[in-house]
Design a protein around this ligand. Structure first.
Ligand code: NI
Length: 405
């Protein structure tokens, strides 16, 4: 079962990882690379789910497939009574054409595991395998949730709706993201908000088109849109408390078809990010106020759509303390724990954390010396696979600590 990949673990980084998990490292790498070669988009992770299910079956682990279409949920019951802890791993890839020239390069043209979710699945499989070999010592139950479609439209919510946190009822949840903004050997842990709420908006400005040389007979949708986009920049700078972080980004703008024609309509849209739930409906209202006010003053019409995609990822203080103390026991020095690790990126792990206390954390995976430091979602993204066994060790220590509380 142990493959013979040309791989040398960094001994220092793994010095506090138990031998049994260190021995799994080549297998974790093999799983990860197999998954990397077969990336699948959200809710189409059929091969991924089948592979997960095959492995779980081989190890005799009870599991359910087809949860929220392609999700898989494994349940490992300990031989002693105790609480129920869930471990969540997302499994979808991105519509990116891989530019890495590696033997395990994506075989699905135009698709790539460019966020590390292949690693998340490998770590979760490692955890499942390890737990299945240690059921006598395990107190309580561990549910391993292989979740589809994190990148959009989101698989966490439908999994919750299908009862993934019930029967047996989950007491707490943990999850990790391999993180290339942090070096291998470090762990980012933060209590409270650590990833932002993600909301999307789209807007069409309907003016009155006409000849580029006869503007007074038109309502110029491009001029109106330009005013709106400029005014949107004042939301963060003038309306949001300067001590609170927020982003308003207009990422898309389409208008016009010819240099001498005034565009009849213009279309634009973007994304909103914030941490504080006090701003839950604020951005929707404020953006529409600006759109509506400017349109009115220029005689234009508009349509406005707003979609709150994911809430902020908010970690429970108690579960964060647990993860932090576990991480401290795995990293080389306390300085390897990055305490105020926050990003304006979004994550639908947020929905699980709204239901049960939990902690989502970052596991450093960058290694610039090996050229493994491209950012997430980059066509050359790759990570140091040494992080895989470190991830399994972290999860196992969390399970052990949680069940002995
Ligand atoms: Ni991701």
């Amino acid at each position: 079962m142990i493959s013979t990949l040309p791989y040398t673990p960094t001994l220092d980084t793994l010095s506090r990882v138990r031998l049994e998990i260190r021995a799994l490292q080549p297998q974790l790498v093999a799983w990860r690379r197999r998954l990397h070669q077969k990336p699948e988009l959200g809710f189409t992770e059929y091969q991924t789910a089948e592979f997960i299910s095959q492995q779980l079956t081989t190890w005799g682990i009870e599991h359910q497939t087809g949860v929220a279409k392609t999700g898989v949920v494994a349940t490992i019951k300990g031989h002693r009574p105790g609480p129920v802890l869930a471990i969540r791993a997302d499994m979808d890839a991105l519509p990116i054409h891989e530019l890495n020239d590696v033997p395990y390069r994506s075989q699905h043209d135009g698709l790539m595991h460019a966020c590390g979710h292949d690693g998340h699945v490998a770590i979760a499989l490692g955890a499942a395998y390890y737990l299945s070999k240690h059921q006598e010592q395990l107190a309580g139950t561990v549910k391993i949730i292989f979740q589809p479609a994190e990148e959009q439209p989101g698989g966490a919510k439908p999994m919750i709706n299908e009862g993934v946190l019930r029967n047996p009822d989950v007491d707490a949840i943990i999850g990790l993201h391999l993180w290339n903004n942090l070096s291998l050997g470090t762990v980012g842990v933060r209590s409270g908000p650590m990833m932002a709420a993600t909301e999307l908006f789209q807007c069409t400005i309907q003016g009155k088109g006409g000849h580029g040389a006869i503007p007074h007979q038109t309502v110029d949708s491009i001029v109106v849109t330009a005013q709106i986009i400029n005014a949107l920049q004042t939301i963060v700078s003038r309306n949001v408390d300067p001590l609170k972080a927020a982003v308003v980004t207009v990422g898309k703008l389409n208008a016009g078809s010819a240099l001498n024609v005034i565009a009849d309509s213009a279309h634009f849209g973007g994304t909103i990010r914030y941490f504080d739930l006090a701003y839950k409906s604020f951005f929707k209202e404020r953006i529409e106020q600006i759109v509506s006010g400017i349109c009115q003053s220029y005689g234009a019409q508009y349509t406005f759509e707003y979609q709150p995609l994911y809430p902020p990822v908010i970690n429970d203080p108690g579960m964060t303390d647990l993860v932090r103390s576990v991480a401290l026991s795995v990293v080389e020095t306390p300085a390897d724990i990055v305490p105020e690790c926050q990003t304006m990126g979004g994550e639908d792990m947020a929905f699980f954390l709204q239901e049960v206390p939990g902690c989502y954390f970052f596991l450093g995976s960058a290694n610039a010396d090996k050229g493994l430091a491209y950012p997430h979602h980059h066509p050359r993204f790759d990570f140091d696979e040494t992080a895989l066994s470190m991830g399994v060790e972290l999860f196992m220590r969390c399970v052990e600590k949680f069940s002995s509380l």
